[in-house]
Design a protein around this ligand. Structure first.
Ligand SMILES: Cc1ncc(COP(=O)(O)O)c(C=O)c1O
Length: 388
């Protein structure tokens, strides 16, 4: 009766089962996987946010498929502040980055076509692609004094059916940014093979280090065809507002052709609510204060984790350039699942196993640096008591 696009295992994995049992038994869990800023003890400017959402202009329905002009101008200004020219005519609002992926997969691919995406990375791609009847083909990132794209492997994985290459910049959970030489190679591949680049930049503002070889955003490029994705969810710590966007860039004629079609897709759904679009310029400005708090939190937690790990420890912290996550490499004396279950069972600490993100080998544990600091410190103390 149901579509084969939904052929997923819907049962709970052993980690989710143990967590549910622990919570049902009333145990307090130190959750080092928290990715929801509204649950992470961040101080939001509640009155100002409420005022922005109460704007009477939200009472009129006058939809524009790409989004209301003032909101798109605010996105354009966001890029201008980062030294990048992305005119409002190139900005299309969506309800989320996930929806932006869905629009782009509809725009670029027929059923059965292939999209390249990084490994390890954000685990939602398989689902987003399956729902559009397209396939994800992964290209590896490898770790050698920092993370790098395996460009040769990426080239090998391109087939007649490949339509686009997804980059996550910085990547979740590796926290690695795209480098200039990687972008040059990708542009050559994309131009030569007629592929689009989809650049997920939701964590772009969260950096730990400076690096001149790093690429910030693809939004200002004038060759090939690029789509930069971001939104209030991460840059303003406001996922509940459901406002994201696509910033288009690239060679002008390709961009215009893509824009016409993208507008048609957006016009079919008109999914972004008017109140959030009207409030958006204010929310973006208020989000800057939220972002500063998150930045301070993630930096402090990362510094703590570094200082808590002795140089000769059996577990090591992988190099991280940005984002909200840190990756610990732990001894392969246990599988990742055993590590996570043991930590939860014996220390009430919840972390994510590397396999959630498709790390090529074991054993890695992923910690959210967004976690409230006291819980993070205690969680790290208990974790290292076991995994040092
Ligand atoms: C890399 C990446 N892209 C996109 C998203 C989702 O963003 P949105 O809330 O805009 O759908 C996430 C959420 O964790 C993410 O990690």
């Amino acid at each position: 009766m149901f579509s084969s696009r939904l052929a997923w295992r819907l049962t709970r994995n052993p980690i989710a089962r143990l967590l549910a049992e622990k919570r049902a038994a009333g145990e307090t869990i130190l959750d080092l996987t928290e990715s929801n800023p509204t649950r992470a003890g961040i101080a939001y400017p509640a009155a100002e946010i409420s005022r922005a959402l109460a704007d009477p202009r939200a009472l009129a329905y006058d939809p524009d498929p790409a989004g209301l002009p003032d909101a798109r101008e605010a996105v354009s200004a966001y890029y201008r502040e980062r030294g990048c020219d992305a005119a409002p005519e190139r900005i299309l609002l969506t309800a989320s980055t996930s929806e932006a992926y869905a629009y782009l997969f509809k725009l670029l691919a027929d059923p059965g076509d292939e999209i390249l995406s990084p490994r390890p990375s954000y685990p939602l791609f398989e689902y987003l692609a399956a729902l559009e009847s397209v396939s994800i083909v992964q290209y590896p990132l490898f770790y050698d004094h920092g993370w790098h794209m395996d460009l040769a492997a990426l080239r090998d994985r391109i087939t007649e059916r490949t339509r686009a290459i997804v980059l996550v910049n910085p990547n979740n959970p590796t926290g690695s940014y795209l480098k200039r030489h990687e972008l040059d190679a990708l542009l050559a591949i994309a131009s030569g093979r007629g592929l689009a680049l989809i650049s997920d930049e939701v964590f772009g503002d969260y950096t730990f280090t400076e690096d001149p070889s790093r690429v910030g955003t693809l939004a200002g490029l004038t060759e090939a065809l690029e789509f930069s994705l971001s939104g209030l969810s991460k840059i303003g710590g406001l996922p509940q507002m459901k406002l994201g966007w696509i910033a288009m860039a690239g060679e002008p004629q390709r961009r215009r052709d893509a824009w016409e079609r993208l507008e048609l897709i957006a016009d079919t759904y008109l999914s972004v609510g008017t109140p959030v679009q009207v409030a958006f310029p204010s929310l973006l400005a208020l989000g800057a204060g939220v972002q500063a708090q998150i930045q301070a939190r993630t930096r402090a937690n990362l510094a703590h984790l570094r200082s808590a790990l002795p140089a000769n420890a059996a577990s090591t912290l992988l190099d991280v350039e940005g984002g909200w996550y840190a990756t610990l490499q732990v001894p392969r004396t246990r599988t990742e699942q055993e590590w996570v279950l043991d930590l939860l069972r014996s220390a009430n600490v919840l972390v994510q196993p590397g396999f959630f993100y498709d790390f090529e080998s074991e054993a890695y544990l992923v910690l959210s640096l967004l976690t409230e600091s006291a819980a993070f410190r205690e969680g790290v103390r208990r974790l290292l008591a076991i995994a040092l």
